[in-house]
Design a protein around this ligand. Sequence first.
Ligand SMILES: [Fe+2]
Ligand SMILES: [Fe+2]
Length: 203
Amino acid sequence: MNWEESTKQKMLHLQLPTDPRWVNIAEMNIGEILVDHAYCEQKAASSCISLIVNFYDFKEVTEVLTPVVAEEWGHFERVLEHMEKRGYKLSKPRKDEYVIKLSEFVKKGGSRPQQLSELLLMNALIEARSCERFKLLSNQIKDEELKRFYYELMVSEAGHYVNFIELAREIHNKELVNERWKEWLAYEAEVIRNLEIRADRMH
Ligand SMILES: [Fe+2]
Ligand SMILES: [Fe+2]
């Protein structure tokens, strides 16, 4: 692993790198990947909106996540533009096995800060994994315009990852959040290990 790889890996803290076969399959099916990607951006925006609405009593959430909603919606729009340019159309949203599996790990109950921190950590993980996948796409696909697009998104999602983690540490006990984060990372690695590699999924 070179310096850049090890630094980025540490930054993201992910415990299992994506199977290298995924990016080749994704490139061959880029139309399908773009559709799934568009919905990932839509879900990212929707998820931030839900957090703002459900946790209206946490001022930090509104402050930090409102600009993120706008960015994610901007990403959605740009994915649609790249699709349009290449003759791909939006089709039905797919079942998101990755997010379903992560949601199963969310601890129910507890105080509101506890509940909120669980959701923030789940969102942080989705950002980290998306960032890792965008990096793979940016490094390996041949379409120059998409390469640049994915590089830009990799940087943006890394920023969102930091937003979510820091927000969790701000609204809840920092030590508890750090401990729980380790459990989330281990769980996410298991989810990735057991997910089938598919040509029509970003995750
Ligand atoms: Fe995004
Ligand atoms: Fe994001």
